[in-house]
Design a protein around this ligand. Structure first.
Ligand SMILES: Cc1cc2nc3c(=O)[nH]c(=O)nc-3n(C[C@H](O)[C@H](O)[C@H](O)COP(=O)(O)OP(=O)(O)OC[C@H]3O[C@@H](n4cnc5c(N)ncnc54)[C@H](O)[C@@H]3O)c2cc1C
Length: 399
C-alpha cells in the first residue's frame, strides 16, 4: 500500500488530524490511513474517560474533533438535545456523552473507520520515496508523509512502590483495565489530580469505602493550564524563547499538574467533611501483599487496610513511542532536545517526511499540545503547510 499520509495513532489527535487533512487539506481518502491497534478509533479516549465517571469535559465546547469551531454547539441544537446539563459553566463545557456522540458523527461523516488499519506501527524507515512502516500484522505500508500522533495513554505511570503482580493492584488507565470493584469494598486510591478526584466520587457513589491518598493538598485550577496559553498572551513569549531547556521549564511551570477544577474540589471537600471519604495528604511507603487485605503503609506511619489498590497516577512523562521512536531517531539522526523530545519546525516537521502532534509537538506548541486544543493547533499547522506546498506547486507549473 502506498499513501500520501499515514497517521500513526487513532486517538483524539489522530482523528482530528485526519478530519482536517480530508476536509481542508484536499487529501483524498484513498491516500490517507490511520494506524491504531484499537478495535475502533478513539478507543483509549473512550476507555479512560468512562472509567473516571466524569460527566463533563474540562475543556470548552469549541474544543472538539470537527472542523468548524461551533460544530459541537450546532450538533447539540440540531439533535434537539438542548437539555440542561449538555453544556455547563464556566466556558460552556460539554457533557461527555454529547462530546462522544459528536466524535462518532465526525468519524462517520468522514468514513474514518474505512481508513483505520488495526495494527501497531512497529518500525519506520526513511528512503528517497518517503517512509516505510512495518506493522504488527506483518504488512508493510509506504507513505510520502507520516504524522506521529502517539499520545501517552499507552504508558500509565506505575509508581516504584506499587506491586506489579498482585491482582488487587491496578492502574485505572492501564489498557484493558479490568480492576473496577463490583462488590462493596475498601478501596485505596492514589493520585491528586482530576482523574483521582472523579474516580473517588464515582467509587463513593457506588457505596465503596474510599481512602484517597495524595502527595499534596487539593490544588484548584479550572483548566490544566492557563487559557492564556491558547493564544498570543503566553505563546508569544514561548515562541520567542529559543533555548529549548527554558521552553521545557516554561511547559512544566505552566501545567497545573495534579489539579482539580472547582466543582470536583467542592464535591471532594464536602465528602471529606461528612466523613464519606477518607483523605490522606501523604505518600505510600510500602504495600504488604501477603495478607488477605493489602496493608498500605504511608510515610507518616498510618496504615490502611484495603481490598483493592487503584492507581490514578496519570501517564509517564517519558517521550512516548518507545522503541519505534528510539530507532527512528537513531536511523534518521532526528534532532532532540535535552529532555528527549523532538525539535521540530513551525510546521511541526521533524524531518521532510515526518510530522508530530500531541506530546511530541510540545516544544513547539507549548503546554496545551497534549489537549484537544493542541490537536486543533497541530492541524492548523499541517493544513497550512499542505496549502502552501500546493500553491508553490501550482506556481511552478504556471511558469
Ligand atoms: C480521563 C481524561 C480526561 C481528559 N479530558 C480532557 C478534556 O476535557 N479536554 C482536553 O482538552 N483534554 C483532555 N484530556 C487530555 C487529552 O486530550 C487526552 O488524553 C487525549 O486522549 C489525547 O489524545 P491523543 O490522540 O494524543 O492520545 P491517545 O488518546 O493516547 O491516542 C493515541 C493512540 O495512538 C496509539 N498508538 C500509540 N503507539 C502506536 C503505534 N506504535 N502504532 C499505532 N498506534 C499507536 C495508541 O494506542 C492510542 O490509541 C483528558 C485525558 C484523560 C485521560
Amino acid at each position: 500500500m502506498s499513501l500520501d499520509w499515514l497517521i500513526i495513532g487513532g486517538g483524539i489527535h489522530g482523528v482530528h488530524l485526519a478530519t482536517r487533512l480530508l476536509g481542508e487539506g484536499d487529501v483524498s481518502p484513498d491516500a490517507l490511513r490511520i494506524v491504531d491497534p484499537g478495535e475502533k478509533l478513539l478507543e483509549r479516549w473512550l476507555e479512560c474517560t468512562k472509567i473516571t465517571g466524569m460527566r463533563h469535559l474540562r475543556s470548552p465546547s469549541v474544543h472538539h474533533l470537527d472542523i468548524e469551531p461551533w460544530s459541537l454547539k450546532q450538533y447539540a441544537g440540531k439533535k434537539k438535545r438542548k437539555r440542561s446539563g449538555l453544556f455547563v459553566r464556566p466556558y460552556s463545557r460539554p457533557a461527555l456523552p454529547l462530546f462522544n456522540a459528536h466524535c462518532k458523527s465526525v468519524v462517520e461523516h468522514f468514513s474514518l473507520e474505512n481508513l483505520h488499519i488495526r495494527a501497531r506501527a512497529e518500525d519506520c524507515s526513511i528512503d528517497c520515496d518517503g517512509v516505510k512502516i512495518q506493522l504488527s500484522t506483518g504488512h508493510m505500508v509506504s507513505a510520502q508523509n507520516i504524522v506521529l500522533a502517539l499520545g501517552s495513554s499507552d504508558e500509565p505511570h506505575w509508581p516504584d512502590w506499587a506491586p506489579v503482580d498482585d491482582l488487587r493492584v491496578h492502574h485505572v488507565f492501564a489498557p484493558g483495565f479490568g480492576g473496577w470493584p463490583s462488590n462493596k469494598e475498601a478501596v485505596a486510591l492514589v493520585g491528586g489530580g482530576i482523574s483521582a478526584g472523579q474516580i473517588a466520587l464515582r467509587l463513593m457513589k457506588e457505596q465503596h469505602e474510599v481512602h484517597l491518598i495524595s502527595r499534596h493538598a487539593l490544588r484548584q485550577h479550572q483548566f490544566d493550564s492557563d487559557p492564556g496559553w491558547l493564544g498570543p498572551k503566553f505563546m508569544r513569549g514561548f515562541v520567542r524563547e529559543q533555548d529549548l531547556e527554558r521552553r521545557r521549564a516554561m511547559i512544566t511551570e505552566a501545567r497545573h499538574k495534579g489539579s482539580v477544577p472547582p466543582d470536583v474540589r467542592r464535591a471532594l471537600i464536602r465528602a471529606i467533611e461528612k466523613g464519606q471519604l477518607h483523605w490522606y495528604e501523604d505518600e505510600v511507603a510500602t504495600v504488604a501483599t501477603e495478607t488477605e487485605t493489602l496493608g498500605i503503609r504511608l510515610s507518616s506511619g498510618v496504615q490502611i487496610d484495603a481490598q483493592r489498590l487503584l492507581l490514578a497516577t496519570g501517564f509517564s512523562s517519558r517521550r512516548p513511542g518507545g522503541l519505534l521512536i528510539d530507532r527512528l531517531i537513531a536511523s534518521a539522526s532526528l534532532p532532540c532536545a535535552t529532555c528527549g523530545y523532538p525539535i521540530v519546525d513551525e510546521s511541526l516537521r521533524w524531518h521532510p517526511n515526518i510530522y508530530v502532534s500531541g506530546p511530541l509537538a510540545e516544544l513547539e506548541l507549548g503546554p496545551t499540545s497534549r489537549n484537544i486544543a493542541g490537536a486543533r493547533r497541530a492541524a492548523d499547522r499541517l493544513v497550512a503547510t499542505i496549502r502552501s506546498n500546493s500553491s508553490v506547486l501550482l506556481h511552478q507549473r504556471a511558469q
